[in-house]
Design a protein around this ligand. Structure first.
Ligand code: COA
Length: 153
């Protein structure tokens, strides 16, 4: 995934900082990425909304956390914040999320962030192991009533 090098005050939250507006994404108007920091400020991952289609109002979200950043809800907080930014500031109506069916942590994160499972795409992506995997398709709509994800403790 692509990372923008400059911070943007329009970043969606303290947990997802980086290029936050489409005007900041020079040369790639269909893509916004943020670095993810944990509550202590340590850089632990990335979240991005890509394949944005202004006419259809759709996009796709991707994310990863270093092992040191996992298990604390930091990923869910970043995904929720980026999603809200894409709905509220960019104006998207629907964001899709794909993960390999065996990636249970990603499935839990998606569900926790209000991305409902819509189906299974068979043998739809080749991951780092160079094998084709079935994927769950999740999606969240701007009109879905989803509570803001709050970190505990
Ligand atoms: C997918 C991935 C980001 C998930 O990371 P994660 O740390 O499990 O996800 P979260 O940040 O949502 O943290 C979840 C954990 O935080 C805790 N948690 C849940 N809600 C919380 C809250 N409100 N406040 C604090 N902690 C919370 C729980 O222990 C939860 O674990 P559980 O899912 O076993 O219940 C991570 O496994 C990863 O980067 N994997 C490799 C790359 C990848 O698969 N990317 C996605 C490809 S589609």
């Amino acid at each position: 995934m692509e990372t923008r090098e400059h911070a943007d005050p329009a970043a969606p939250s303290a947990n997802a900082q980086g290029s936050g507006s489409r005007t900041a994404c020079r040369g790639s108007p269909d893509h916004c990425s943020w670095v993810v920091r944990d509550p202590s400020g340590r850089l632990v991952g990335q979240v991005s909304i890509h394949s944005m289609d202004e006419e259809i109002g759709s996009g796709e979200i991707g994310y990863w956390l270093a092992p040191s950043g996992r298990g604390r809800g930091v990923g869910a907080a970043a995904v929720d914040a980026a999603t809200r930014f894409a709905f509220d500031a960019v104006g998207l109506a629907r964001i899709e999320l794909f993960h390999a069916v065996e990636n249970e942590p990603s499935c839990r994160l998606a569900t926790r962030c209000g991305y409902l499972i819509e189906g299974t795409a068979r043998q739809s992506f080749i991951y780092g192991d160079r094998l084709r995997h079935d994927e769950h398709l999740h999606a969240r709509l701007a009109s879905d009533d989803v509570a803001t994800f709050e970190l505990l403790g």
